[in-house]
Design a protein around this ligand. Structure first.
Ligand code: PLP
Length: 402
């Protein structure tokens, strides 16, 4: 008779098979997914890794006996590899449940640990809601917040940033790449500016950058990302925190892989993250060049419309193209595309509906444009034919709604 464990394995294997069938069915239905900045489908290799490790390592990595020690050794192996891939130390990796938790831990943890040096925080209007939300929560507790202006080309105004930094500034939080327009910030230049302030820490939300562009962590104090943006598992996140930087945990309850985030170490998630990260980094340059070609095709196809304004600038990564409509409701446009089985987003998936896009407003200063945005996001799995079809359907929808 089959044990419960065998049944579980059997069910899971069927699920994996069914999900591959599902993607085949979807392909045959010509569904076009262009919302990779919101979420990417987990790759078969990552899912298989997650499954294998879940099956093969049954003990808690913190348990002292042999099975626990084996799980701990596997955890260490993966953590070491992730650290090597990113050029940091193993002890600098903190596993979390996602980028939202990583951002909250970084921002609230620094604010609490260093409040004796000051309560001033600097950020931008380009940030994801998990950054602005955490900072607003601190503002409500008496922290002082400044927003550094964004120039027309989408980059942080470095002169203004210089002006804003004070002796009591303890945190500067700026995204590597923002989630709506895809603007890549001059992270090294920003960190150079902060070097003269020993109690000012630099947090970078790199959720839209890791796996897409080369990352240098040399001058960054804390960095956030999640594998579900690069074909890894959802429900898993990483925060890099450089050694010697204090951080007040927000989840208490004993030492896990580090003392900064309690809970049983989630070994299958860590190994799956390693798999997703190493695969993406191996193919980073190739994918970037390929997606650049798709982006050009898309941009050229959209540039001809006088009632479409392209918000992404030359500083945007090719994976994201943000546009605004003049006189068309972008929500209605999104729905019209959905009728053709084409999926894009209006803003970041975590934004409140029917509100203006803060990043688009920050660079255009035009409320109407900020209220009517559409984000098309690509991946190495996107095909030229999908872009052709998208442009064809886009034209139809524009005629219908314009
Ligand atoms: N930061 C950025 C820039 C994002 O794009 C996202 C997700 O859209 C997040 C943070 C939050 O990620 P998660 O869904 O893993 O919490």
């Amino acid at each position: 008779m089959e044990s419960n464990r065998d049944l579980w394995i059997l069910n899971f294997s069927c699920l994996i098979k069914e999900s591959s069938l599902l993607s085949l069915e979807r392909t045959s239905l010509n569904m076009i997914y262009l919302d990779y900045a919101a979420h990417t489908p987990v790759s078969d290799e990552v899912l298989q890794t997650f499954f294998d490790v879940s099956r093969d390592y049954i003990a808690n990595p913190n348990s002292p006996y042999k099975l626990g020690r084996e799980a701990a050794a596997k955890m260490e192996e993966s953590t070491n590899h992730i650290a090597a891939l990113l050029g940091v130390k193993e002890s600098e990796i903190i596993y979390t449940s996602g980028a939202t938790e990583s951002n909250n831990l970084a921002i609230k943890g620094i604010a609490s640990a260093y409040k004796r040096y000051g309560k001033h925080i600097i950020t931008t209007y380009l940030e994801h809601s998990s950054v602005t939300g955490a900072i607003t929560a601190l503002q409500n507790q008496g922290y002082d917040v400044d927003f550094v202006p964004i120039l027309e080309d989408g980059l942080v105004d470095l002169n203004q940033l210089k002006e804003l930094i004070r002796e009591d500034t303890i945190l500067v939080s700026i995204c590597y790449v923002d989630s709506e327009i895809g603007l890549k910030q001059p992270i090294e230049e920003i960190s150079e500016l902060l070097k003269d302030y020993p109690h000012c820490y630099f947090h970078v939300d790199a959720t839209q950058a890791v796996g897409k562009v080369p990352i240098s962590l040399n001058l960054i104090d804390l960095m956030t990302f999640t594998p579900h943006k690069f074909f890894g598992m959802n429900g898993s996140g990483i925060l890099i925190k450089k050694e010697n930087i204090l951080l007040e945990p927000i989840i208490h309850g004993g030492i896990s892989t580090t003392k900064f985030r309690s809970g049983t170490p989630v070994l299958p998630m860590a190994v799956a993250a390693e798999k997703a990260l190493s695969t993406m980094l191996e193919n980073l340059e190739y994918n970037y060049s390929y997606v650049t070609i798709l982006n050009k095709q898309l941009r050229e196809g959209l540039e001809k419309y006088s009632n479409v304004c392209i918000n992404s600038t030359s500083n945007s990564i090719p994976y994201i193209l943000n546009i605004s409509f003049k006189g068309i409701n972008s929500g209605a446009f999104q729905e019209a595309l959905e009728k053709h089985d084409i999926y894009v987003s209006t803003k970041s998936a975590c934004c409140a509906p029917n509100t203006a896009s803060r990043p688009v407003y920050a660079i255009t200063r035009d409320r109407k444009l900020a209220m009517s945005t559409l984000r098309i996001s690509l991946s190495h799995q996107t095909t030229k034919e999908e872009i052709d079809t998208f442009l064809f359907v886009f034209d139809e929808c524009l005629k219908e709604l314009g």
